[in-house]
Design a protein around this ligand. Sequence first.
Ligand code: CA
Ligand code: CA
Length: 281
Amino acid sequence: MQRLSRNEFVCELSADHSPAYQVQVGEVFVVETQDCHGGQVLREGRSLQERDRALSNPATGPILVEGLQPGDAAAVEVLDVKVADRGIVVAGPEWKVVPIENGAAVFAEDVRLPVEPVIGVIGLAPREGAVPTVTPGDHGGNLDTVDIRPGATIVLPVAHEGGLLALGDVHAVQGDGEISGTGLEVEAEAVLRVTRVVEPLSARPYILTATQVATIGSAPEWPEAIRTAVDDMVALVAKRRGVSPAEAKMLVSLAGDLKFSQIVNPWMTARMVMPRVLAKC
Ligand code: CA
Ligand code: CA
């Protein structure tokens, strides 16, 4: 199995970067990721204030996936994520290093949080320009969405040949909203497989788990992020069920959950979650 080292990374997603790695559609590979501070605090022992912010959210890649063409979507299956033995969580100027033991983050003597890894940054090169890895968008990026974890598949629109995947910013533990600005930030190793989707369920990123489908909306302000996630789900349900938009909206209103993925990045991210059985996907 190919192992893609964390030493090759980008801090913006762009088609202008040459691929650091190449994998095939259907290949299973391992991606090592740095923590969101590039190890400056956890490995090098700098204070949070001393760190170089230009190195925020290093994402391993770009990874050219041979076989992906513009107009396709890429289904990135998260097969496994292993996390390091400690992480860091931040609130304002303060931070805390949290040991990870026996599958739990030891936040305090009486607070052991089960490790449930989330890939915070995962995206392809955007259609145009360069997007910093601190920002989410229709290319993916800093989505900080807790559903992006082992067992899930995130589907991303392909704008350039090979997609140019990059990922990082893994959280050992994170709640919806990520309200302090970080999860439990860790170095990690993710086992992935990318397949080609010719007819995606949505033109923007979406997530499939065993039982649920989630459309994702990212925008500078909440109303647009929410509207995007909701409208994409209504359109998805209307198409899959062969019903009118109004009929689909009624069903999403009754059976779907609107969730705040993160409220802390330069753009906000919301998601609309539906049972797959009702969305017929
Ligand atoms: Ca993040
Ligand atoms: Ca993070």
